[in-house]
Design a protein around this ligand. Sequence first.
Ligand SMILES: Cc1cc2nc3c(=O)[nH]c(=O)nc-3n(C[C@H](O)[C@H](O)[C@H](O)COP(=O)(O)OP(=O)(O)OC[C@H]3O[C@@H](n4cnc5c(N)ncnc54)[C@H](O)[C@@H]3O)c2cc1C
Ligand SMILES: NC(=O)c1ccc[n+]([C@@H]2O[C@H](COP(=O)([O-])OP(=O)(O)OC[C@H]3O[C@@H](n4cnc5c(N)ncnc54)[C@H](O)[C@@H]3O)[C@@H](O)[C@H]2O)c1
Length: 471
Amino acid sequence: MDTEYDVIVIGGGAAGENAADRAVKGGLTAAIVERSLLGGACSYWACEPSKALLRPGTALSAARRVPGAREAVTGSLDLRAVLAHRDEASSNWDDSSQVEWAEGAGIALIRGTARLTGAKRLWVTGDDGDHFALTARHAVVLATGSVPSLPKIPGLAGIHPWTTPDATSAQEVPESLAVIGAGVAGAELAQAFARLGSKVTVLARGTFLSAFPEDARRLVAEGLRADGVEILEGVSPERADLTDDGAARLTLPGGRELVAERVLVAAGRRAALDGLGLPAFGIEPPSLKVDESGRVQGLSWLYAVGDCSGGPKLTHQGKYQARITGDAIVARARGELGGAAPAPWSRWARTADVLAVPHVVFTDPEVASVGLTEEDAWEAGIRVRPVELPISVAGAWQHAEDYEGWAQFLVDEDTRTLVGACFAGPDVAELLHAATIAIAGEVPLERLWHATPAFPTVSEVWLRFLEAYGL
Ligand SMILES: Cc1cc2nc3c(=O)[nH]c(=O)nc-3n(C[C@H](O)[C@H](O)[C@H](O)COP(=O)(O)OP(=O)(O)OC[C@H]3O[C@@H](n4cnc5c(N)ncnc54)[C@H](O)[C@@H]3O)c2cc1C
Ligand SMILES: NC(=O)c1ccc[n+]([C@@H]2O[C@H](COP(=O)([O-])OP(=O)(O)OC[C@H]3O[C@@H](n4cnc5c(N)ncnc54)[C@H](O)[C@@H]3O)[C@@H](O)[C@H]2O)c1
């Protein structure tokens, strides 16, 4: 095994893989140090398995909403088949196809746990207990992901709660499930398990799906309630115990008790930066800050991408950051890019991280948002005009008899371009990329007027928006 590479990436999740790939495509040598499965959280414990648990229920309920198809649906979800589908979506927790991809891409894979020992120098504890040093000629990229945040609830550790990887890889469905946290992971997994037969209660410290507008939250909450999910807002458990028969008992404010076979903690995630030796470089986790090219706090050789790098914790955004950072490392190695921060929207700047992050909550109905929120826009000094409307178009009625949807478009009144959009309703995820293109492309509304949505599609909401705006 070589001990010197142009670029060494710590962590082989979606972000790390893409950073290494871009470096190799740019003519550099690259290695990934990975201590678990190559492919990371998204492939085995997060996006892929959670979407595979949700999709069968969404397809079934979609068929039930269309006359003619509804009559053909006579059964319920087949639990074993759903779990088998999930196992396959997670590659049966076997990373051999990813290893094959890395070999084909010319990326060296080193199995072990890495930490920094000096500038461009690492120490690796190999999977078989051996230790060795590695040196990077140009750059080290941190791509170590994130870990679940466990709320400080007395007794919580003693009830051995599930965190999201336990839920997404579960081989049995508990009779009852209490979900602590009502963000995107809590909402998705609550619905997945409710549809697979659990009696689910969601505990939201604030409001359910608080990051999204009220009309979108309401539609999703109604969808979950229709599946029997109880949502308690403004509630955080005060303590946790085991009952005599081994179930979990959560004591809620006001003395109410909630007993469930399992508790799932989905209360946010924090960057995985412990044990990497960062304090020696003046970096005290969790305070990692990166510039537009992903370079860490003024260190010329250290970069960070993905969940560990302080931005949005989403696979597609981590991969975007990785492409930007990989290309910036190559450009600096070739002398094509200096040390200064690259220009916004250039090939080496993560501008979309601030202005155009797409985010989908894969519940039924879905929420899909991109760009700034109304509050973000006002804070950024943008004179923003929100246009809100129900998704009430011919395409929606074709899609489902009882289609209910809602859309919000945020227009910068000075540039007459879109700066944010949010859709809620069945299958709205596929509407999102049009909004992402409009925002990233800064397309003037006068030009969007010429982008005619096909009839009869749900995308006709775009035309209704432009009409409501006054075009
Ligand atoms: C339940 C759930 C569902 C989700 N669904 C979606 C979704 O639908 N869409 C979406 O966009 N996002 C989703 N996300 C978020 C998404 O999973 C993450 O944003 C993404 O996986 C982060 O990728 P990453 O490469 O930054 O980190 P990871 O995939 O976590 O990879 C980091 C890797 O680094 C390794 N590592 C860490 N430290 C070291 C070390 N010292 N030495 C060697 N290796 C190390 C780890 O073993 C790991 O493999 C979901 C998250 C959760 C929890
Ligand atoms: N579809 C997707 O793209 C998808 C799906 C799942 C997760 N993710 C990503 O994974 C990350 C983690 O997801 P998440 O849902 O865990 O985080 P989150 O930050 O979205 O939500 C966590 C929620 O838990 C609540 N909470 C925290 N402590 C609590 C307590 N003691 N009692 C009750 N509620 C409490 C918070 O108020 C918050 O609303 C997110 O950044 C998200 O982007 C993405």
